[in-house]
Structures are given as C-alpha cells and as structure tokens.
Design a protein. Structure first.
Length: 284
C-alpha cells in the first residue's frame, strides 16, 4: 500500500511541467525596429523579478523610464519620472513574459501592456503591444533586435586633454563595460581666491540614463551616463559646491584608430550654456 502511494507521488512530481525550462531569457538591450523614432529598452530579470529601462527619443523629447517589480501578476506602485506608475508583470504558461505599465501624468493616463517572446536563435524579440489608454485601445506587433555589439566602444584607459592653457592640464582615466562607468579626473589648475586648484574627482555609475547620487570631495554629486547612438557615450556630472553648481555633459566618440577621443562638452550651469569640442589622446 505505502509503496503504491510513493510510486503515485513520484509520478505526479515528474508529470509537473518544467516552467523554468520554457521561460525565455530577455536580459540585455533591445532596439525597436522600423519606427521613425528611437526606443531602446534594457531588460534585467530572473524567474521572479523584472526591471525595464526605457530610453525613448520621439516627438515628446528624450526621456528615460525605469520600472521594476516582482513577476507575480500583482500591481506594484512606484514613482517614474516624477509621476505615479503601476507595474504588473507575470510569466505566461507558454514561457512568454507579459508586463504592463500605467503612468499617471498631468496630461493623460498612459497605459500599455506587452507580451513578449524570443525567436529560436535568441536574436529577435517579438512583442504584442496593446495601448489601453489614451483611447482608443490599439494592438500592434513590435519587433526588437539586439544592437550591434560594435556599437559600444570601450573607452577604458587614461586620456589627456589637448590644447590646455599654461599651468593647467586634465587627465581622465575611464573604467567601463557596456553597463557601468567610472571616471577618475585629475585636473591641474591655479590656486588662490576663486580658484579650484589641483584636484582629483572620482565618479561612477551605471550606464542607464538614470541619476546616481554620490559624494565627491565631500560635496553632493549626481552622475548620469547613457549610450547615445552608435559609438557614442554621453555622461554628465552635477556637483553642488559652496560657490555654486558645476554641471557638465560630454558626448564622446572614438577616432578610427582608437587613439583619440572627440568629446562635445556642454556647460549646463551657465546661461547661455557653453559648448566646445575637446580632443583627448590616449596616454601610453
């Protein structure tokens, strides 16, 4: 009798479906195909949790939306880009992943739901997207692909700014991979009243377009970094010092030989904003 019960229990266990074997791995960065605007999403997930970083550049402007929650089919309330947002995510029985967002902005409620699946080779993501609001409700099929690997250069190394004035100099050391950046800035300058002098600034953060707060030289600093089109990396620092706010943004790209960085530097703390082009050479 007991042997029969054990056999029945074993058969029941082995008859259960292996959900983990059928769940697709969407981790990574994906770009929406065949649209006139730009949408790049980064997914981070395991079997129970999902984070989606949405980088969108369309007629409403550039924005980054960062949502996350447990994959339990329940609503998870959070603030996204300053407004209330509800996230719901769940695995479907066939291994597809469904997630939705409902953002409450002053102009409208923006609600979308997507059910995603991968191609057999893992290179194409297909999503059935339904816009629930604003009305009318609309369903479309989206196709997403992984960006080319060579679109993200490696700026790691030590670089020296060219054509600096007498008594000054800047040497930056970059440590990075595709998702994280650290910059050690060694800056030489005159000392005295109103002068910043020689200093070393060490900043870091994820390359996700989101603000990362930290303390640099004893003062608050915010770092934002993101990939900005093929071969370009944009990063900015906003330091709050006793004399004011120092806010700079750089968009960098390589020369063909990989030994020169060209950076467009924008000073955001001045009015009007100042902009210039910098040339950095790799130090041997």
């Amino acid at each position: 009798m007991f042997k029969s019960i054990r056999l029945l229990l074993l058969c029941a266990v082995f008859a259960l479906p292996s959900w983990s074997a059928t769940r697709a791995d969407f981790n990574g960065t994906w770009k929406l195909r065949n649209v006139a605007w730009s949408e790049v999403y980064t997914f981070e997930h395991d079997g129970t949790w999902l984070r989606v970083i949405q980088r969108i550049d369309d007629d409403l402007g550039k924005r980054v939306l960062d949502v996350s929650g447990t994959l339990d089919g329940k609503p998870h309330r959070q603030m996204v880009a300053g407004y209330p947002c509800t996230f719901v995510g769940r695995w479907e029985a066939d291994g597809k992943l469904t997630w939705s967002t409902r953002r409450e902005t002053p102009d409208a409620v923006l609600s979308n739901v997507r059910t995603m699946e991968l191609s057999p080779d893992g290179k194409v993501l297909t999503a059935r997207r339904t816009r629930l609001s604003p009305a009318p409700e609309e369903t479309s099929i989206e196709t997403w692909e992984r960006p080319a690997a060579d679109a993200r250069p490696d700026f790691s190394g030590t670089w020296q700014l060219q054509n600096t004035g007498p008594g000054s100099g800047e040497t930056y050391t970059f440590e990075q991979d595709s998702s994280w950046l650290r910059v050690v800035m060694r800056i030489e300058g005159p000392s005295g009243a109103g002068m910043l002098g020689t200093r070393t600034l060490d900043v870091s953060g994820a390359i996700d377009g989101a603000p990362h707060r930290q303390t640099v030289q004893g003062f608050p600093c915010t770092v934002i970094a993101q990939w900005d089109g093929p071969g370009k990396l944009t990063w900015e620092t906003r330091r709050e010092i006793p004399d004011g706010v120092l806010h700079y943004r750089r968009t960098m790209q390589f020369s063909e030989d990989g030994n020169t960085i060209t950076a467009v530097r924008t000073e955001l703390s001045t009015n009007p904003q100042g902009k210039r082009t910098e040339i950095w050479r790799r130090m041997q």
